[in-house]
Design a protein around this ligand. Structure first.
Ligand SMILES: *Cc1c(COP(=O)(O)O)cnc(C)c1O
Length: 367
């Protein structure tokens, strides 16, 4: 019997990247595959989208090295840059591009020459803090950083620019206009390529597309917010997360279920037990009533999520049987859909968190 399985459609990934190209036709695409390709399998994702991606974005050197080891040859950018001067030889050897957001990184690049470490030049993207105030060089420091980078013999002469929106899905808040304006201003007199838009910028802020867009969540066919479904943007959800019923039990009214006895059935019913739990990455804290899909019907989770199992209230008249497929998000073989955005809304998390939490125990299948 099938246990917790993530089925990933490679053609959906390819379709979504082509959809990004339609949304941002004048931009190149940096496909964001960090965090194991948002739980979809970094290497499989990178290979599938290779024909449509102009490069890849990752968050850790180890991710970049794994892509190179797999034979990926397109540009790879470290979105947070390198974390230590010891990383620089790897960037050189494997031709990995880096963000620079802090003085310590700039100093490491300046001093690399002295150690005669570097014989090839590194491609640098200067991170500008346009208002997120997480990473990046403040507007007042951009020119000084830029000049020092240009003086680094180890740095390629054309320096690119990158920044990140903090409220791009809040269309009316006015903040994205400010970030856009600051970003444009900061690089107006410089000739490097520019990148501001992640998924929400691609969907909502055409003026932010510039030279490179950085699609993460929409590449996987997931909306960046819970209020909208990715399908409303013409995207195809790539992952189905599913398992099977391993028991169907008669359950009398008034009896509790599971750890802590937190849920009491108000009526006689049938309880289904599913082979999937927080040990597979499904959140432990989900409100009773969070839906799963069984034989095309939404059925509520009841009782606490356990490490390896979840209990659902099938209802007294249910004809569900041991072995039936249970969809936690995605679609079943009859094309009945439980959108991940709906599940995320119930649980009170963002879909990003659901997909990146999948554990190594989950069986990955690619179609
Ligand atoms: C993760 C990340 C992205 C992708 O964000 P999505 O919202 O998933 O599209 C883009 N840019 C940077 C700098 C990131 O860290």
């Amino acid at each position: 019997m099938k246990t917790a399985t993530a089925t990933v459609s490679l053609s959906a990934l390819q379709y979504n990247l082509q959809q990004v190209k339609r949304l941002a036709p004048h931009s190149r695409i940096l496909a964001i595959v960090k965090a194991n390709g948002y739980g979809h399998g970094m290497l499989q994702v990178a290979e599938a989208v290779q024909p449509y991606a102009d490069g890849y974005g990752v968050a850790r050197l180890a991710e970049a090295l794994a892509l190179r080891e797999q034979g990926i040859e397109k540009p790879i950018l470290l979105l947070e840059g390198f974390f230590s001067a010891d990383d620089l030889p790897h960037l050189i050897t494997h031709n990995i591009e880096t963000v620079v957001h802090s003085e310590y990184q700039l100093q490491a690049l300046e001093q690399a020459l002295k150690s005669a470490l570097l014989d090839r030049k590194i491609k640098v993207w200067l991170k500008i803090d346009s208002g997120m105030h997480r990473l990046g060089v403040s507007l007042a420091e951009v020119d000084a950083f830029y000049q020092r980078l240009q003086c680094c013999p180890n740095v390629q002469p054309q320096i690119n620019f990158v920044s990140h929106f903090s409220r791009a899905e809040e269309l009316q808040c006015g903040y994205s206009e400010i970030q856009l304006q600051r970003f444009q201003q900061a690089c107006s007199d410089k000739d490097g390529e520019r990148s501001l838009a992640a998924s929400n910028g691609i969907l909502y802020w055409q003026a932010s597309h510039f030279d490179w867009v950085r699609p993460g969540i929409i590449l996987y066919g997931i909306s960046p917010t819970n209020d909208q479904l990715a399908t409303e943007y013409g995207l195809q959800p790539a992952m189905t997360f599913s398992s099977s019923l391993i028991a169907v039990r008669e359950h009398p009214a008034g009896e509790p279920i599971g750890y802590g006895g937190a849920w009491l059935s108000p009526k006689d019913t049938k309880i289904g037990v599913v082979a999937l739990g927080y040990g597979d990455g499904y959140p432990r804290d989900v409100p009773a009533g969070t839906p799963v899909l069984i034989n095309g019907k939404r059925v509520p989770i009841v009782g606490k999520v356990s490490m390896d199992m979840i209990t659902v209230d099938l209802g007294a008249d249910s004809r569900a049987q041991v072995g039936d497929e249970v969809i936690f998000w995605g679609k079943d073989s009859q094309h009945n859909v439980l959108p991940i955005e709906e599940v995320a809304r119930h649980i009170g998390v963002i879909s990003y968190e659901l997909v990146t939490k999948l554990t190594p125990r989950v069986i990955m299948e690619y179609r």
